[in-house]
Design a protein around this ligand. Structure first.
Ligand SMILES: Nc1nc2c(c(=O)[nH]1)N[C@H]1C(S)=C(S)[C@@H](COP(=O)(O)OP(=O)(O)OC[C@H]3O[C@@H](n4cnc5c(=O)[nH]c(N)nc54)[C@H](O)[C@@H]3O)O[C@H]1N2
Ligand SMILES: Nc1nc2c(c(=O)[nH]1)N[C@H]1C(S)=C(S)[C@@H](COP(=O)(O)OP(=O)(O)OC[C@H]3O[C@@H](n4cnc5c(=O)[nH]c(N)nc54)[C@H](O)[C@@H]3O)O[C@H]1N2
Ligand code: SF4
Ligand SMILES: [Mo]
Length: 757
């Protein structure tokens, strides 16, 4: 058989949240990825991939520091291999001791999935419950929690927007040409750019590839988006460009909001943001006259000063113009999980972290307080941590402090494929198969009007000696004595009879809240073994499918699944069989309205509106003479993928991750592309080669994210969080200011060192 005739295995790219469908052909060794192509049968990506997917072999087979056996830290501080039974037994014993001596609440869970793998994390509530753990977090609590909270306050649900069908696309601190965030992003951007009827507005200090395609590039001064976006909302009100009938019909709180916006000095705010006022006005008028507007705010503002306030005012812009619940506008996605759902307590109310008292949004403790929650003698401090599929020693602010916190724990357990920066600090490292060696899926399915789900089947066999995440969770839960044969036997019997019998045996158990938390493992051990092709890991999706059928009856009926409860069963079977991904819901545009918990959307969030009003009295931000540059620490580029891709040879360009700097700044420093500079922040310093470009504003420099990984003792590039501080965070929800780090840049090149005065 030649390679061309070899089998194409459907799977997905795991490097960003889009999870484009791919097909993979294995080489003759049966393990290397010989060829990768976009999967035309995938219902969202439809054959699309970006450049990053084509070299996924580097994740599967590259120099990654792949783990092959469970490891335990020995008395001398080095790792020693241990067998699984020993590892699970010792971890469970240690967690029980911590629970019994202190409280289960001192056991903290972090992670649960990167960009491609959420299936394992879906089992984590069972482990947390088995050991009495209560607090958790993930990367979402350093990016999206501000937006989640604002959405909860205003709409009661999260929203996404329909870029495929919009007349005007607006990107605020978002570079979808590189970072994607919606299906087939580059194609959609190019379609908008070349259509004379449609427009793109980009708010970004950098002339990104997205900005290059835009009709309006508002090249904002870094960190002043609040002034700019407030001016935009104000122009709508002051020029009476708002959609009055729609507001009357759907919104509450227009009057107080309009009053604040009427008082905004637009000229002054545009000057602070350093964007020409006529350009701002043109962009706003374009939004107002469009039949539909889709807006995406992302890390450029969410990891920046005033992020929560910007999220709020950004939503005012599209709500005042009626851009919700219609083609090309914002929508509420269906989905198999509750990612981002928050109760939206008024500020100061609602759950809080035990030591710092930081607000917990969508169930997540702010990432920037995790170290503070550990490095203290407070009795409620976290003493043990389970890290699954995340790399907080690298990805959270102020790595030096995070490492200190992780080292000071009584117990750190890391579940990963590779010896990561976090795993290096662990007491136990538990190795798992890669995302191509097991069933996997994500819950990042936010498409509309047609939503999808993709359960990926294994492409190759896992090496011996590894356990999947669901198996690890099941063993930990059993070692804790929370579940056992007595719980499984009746369900297994029922499962042997029929799914219906299983449902009848299972559902009554769910009346008990503890059992509900343990349900994933219960399903894995009982329904799991009855699933075809060793798909036990997918068992948790059975419950998710039934819940989805109840939550989205119309969308599921339109997608051909009929009515609950049969619809849930049909959906689950379709998920199991649908190797290329399947359509889960086909919504009417009205579905967004039906998904809102309240009939009307609230424009007024009093505590936030007060701060918008108070902006008039706030002085314009001034650079610190000690740190005259603003560093964006962690930009998405053509070859970055968080820390998922550890093999540096994956990067065909920008291998060492250069510091981008404007032509004018490079001239005054006397440096050219490739020269080394010393980059200093309040947290630390690094030596890095510069890339001189006229896409950057004067005074702004940027570093890529995900570099500075250590593989086999070798490190490439700068780890961004060696340069950030945990205290630099949002006043409301604690999200970091990674895109706005005051910095100093000094030449180390052949020319004399330049020092600021
Ligand atoms: N290639 C690639 N794609 C990815 C990822 C990856 O690692 N690599 N990661 C994925 C993940 S986890 C996420 S969360 C998304 C993030 O996706 P994005 O948010 O699009 O990514 P970033 O490049 O971090 O930041 C976006 C933009 O913010 C701009 N910015 C910096 N400062 C400011 C400011 O003061 N104001 C404004 N308005 N903008 C500013 C930057 O110039 C940049 O263009 O990307 C996903 N996609
Ligand atoms: N300064 C700065 N910091 C940032 C950002 C920034 O822009 N600037 N961006 C932030 C953002 S938006 C994000 S999303 C985070 C991302 O940071 P994290 O959430 O910490 O996650 P990743 O870097 O995606 O790392 C995923 C981990 O999963 C492991 N892995 C891969 N496959 C599997 C698997 O099948 N099973 C298991 N168990 N593990 C697996 C990888 O080896 C890796 O260790 O970084 C954040 N940190
Ligand atoms: S990195 Fe590219 S190919 Fe991979 S999922 Fe994202 S957009 Fe698709
Ligand atoms: Mo992210």
């Amino acid at each position: 058989m030649t390679l061309d005739e070899a089998q194409w295995h459907p799977s997905a790219c795991i490097l960003c949240e889009c999870n484009c469908g791919v097909e993979i052909q294995l080489g003759e060794d049966g393990r290397s990825f010989a060829k990768i192509r976009g999967d035309k049968q995938h219902p969202a990506s439809k054959g699309y991939t970006c450049n990053k997917a084509l070299r996924l072999n580097q994740y599967q087979n590259g120099e990654t520091g792949r783990l092959t056996t469970p490891l335990r830290r020995g008395a001398d501080g080095t790792f020693e291999p241990v067998d699984w039974d020993t590892a699970i037994h010792e971890i469970a014993t240690s967690l029980q001791q911590i629970r019994d001596t202190h409280s289960g609440e001192s056991i903290f869970y972090y992670g649960g999935g990167g960009q491609g793998n959420h299936l394992g994390g879906a089992y984590s509530p069972a482990t947390m419950h088995a050991f009495g753990a209560r607090y958790r977090s993930s990367a979402l609590a350093q990016e999206k929690t501000g937006e989640f909270w604002v959405s909860a306050r205003m709409l009661g649900m999260i929203t996404r927007a329909d870029f495929e069908h919009c007349e005007v696309a607006v990107f605020i601190g978002k570079n979808p040409y590189q970072s994607h965030g919606f299906p087939r992003a580059r194609s959609v951007l190019k379609e908008i750019a070349k259509d004379p009827q449609r427009s793109m507005i980009v708010v970004d200090p950098v002339r990104t590839q997205t900005a290059e395609l835009a009709e309006y590039h508002l090249q904002v001064r870094p960190g002043t988006d609040l002034w700019l976006v407030t001016a935009m909302a104000a122009i709508l009100v002051q020029e009476d460009l708002v959609d009055h009938p729609w507001i009357e019909e759907h919104l509450n709180g227009y009057q107080p909001v309009a009053e604040v916006l009427r008082a905004v000095p637009v000229t002054e705010y545009c000057a602070i943001a350093d964007v020409p006022e006529p350009l701002v006005r043109q962009a706003v008028e374009r939004i107002a006259k469009a039949a539909s507007v889709a807006v995406f705010e992302d890390l450029g503002v969410q990891m920046n000063r005033d992020s929560t306030l910007v999220s709020y005012v950004e939503k005012l812009v599209w709500l005042l113009t009626g851009n919700f619940g219609k083609p090309g506008a914002a929508y509420v996605p269906s989905g198999l999980s509750a990612i981002g759902r928050d109760r939206g307590y008024p500020f100061g109310e609602g759950p809080r972290s035990p030591v710092v008292g930081a607000p917990i949004i969508s169930g997540l403790v702010p990432c920037n307080v995790v170290a503070d929650e550990i490095l203290t003698d407070h009795p409620a401090r976290y003493r043990a941590m389970i890290v699954e599929s995340a790399n907080p020693a690298h990805s959270l602010a102020q790595s030096t402090r995070m490492r200190e916190a992780l080292r000071s724990l009584d117990l750190l357990v890391v579940i990963d494929v590779a010896m990561t920066e976090t795993a290096l600090l662990a007491d136990y490292v538990l190795p798992v198969p890669t995302q191509f060696e097991k069933y996997e899926a994500t819950f990042f399915t936010f498409d509309f009007p047609q939503n999808i789900f993709h359960l990926r089947h294994p492409v190759l066999e896992a090496p011996a000696g590894l356990l999947t995440e669901p198996e690890i969770h099941a063993r930990l839960v059993e070692a804790a004595g929370a579940l056992g044969e007595a719980d499984y036997a009746p369900l297994r019997e029922a499962a042997a009879v029929s799914r219906e019998a299983f449902a009848q045996a299972f559902l009554p158990l769910m009346a008990d809240p503890g059992m509900r938390r343990l349900a994933p493992v219960l399903l894995y051990r009982t329904l799991g073994p009855t699933l075809p092709d060793d798909a036990s890991s997918a068992a948790v999706l059975w419950a998710a499918a039934h819940q989805a059928a109840m939550a989205n009856p119309d969308g599921m009926r339109n997608a051909g699944y009929g009515q609950a409860p049969a619809a849930g069963e049909l959906l689950f079977d379709a998920i199991l069989a649908g190797e290329h991904g399947i359509v889960t819901t086909v919504d009417d545009y009205d579905a967004s309205w039906q998904r809102l918990p309240r009939e009307r959307i609230l424009l007024e969030v009093p505590e936030l509106l007060r701060q918008v009003a108070a902006l008039r009295d706030r002085p314009a931000p001034q650079p610190d003479p000690q740190f005259p540059f603003v560093l964006s620490a962690g930009e998405r580029r053509a070859f970055t993928a968080n820390t998922i891709m550890r093999d540096p040879s994956w990067r065909l360009r920008d291998a060492e991750g250069r510091l981008r700097i404007s032509t004018a700044d490079a001239e005054s420093l006397g440096v050219s592309s490739g020269d080394l500079v010393r980059l200093t922040t309040r947290a630390g310093n690094a030596h890095v080669a510069v890339d001189v470009t006229d896409t950057m504003r004067v005074g702004h420099v940027s570093l890529p994210n995900g570099l500075g990984l250590t593989v086999d003792g070798q490190s490439t590039g700068v780890a961004p969080n060696e340069l950030t501080l945990t205290e630099d965070r949002d006043e409301w929800v604690g999200t970091p200011w990674h895109k706005h780090v005051p910095a100093r840049v000094e030449s180390l090149g052949p020319t004399p060192a330049w020092l600021p005065d």
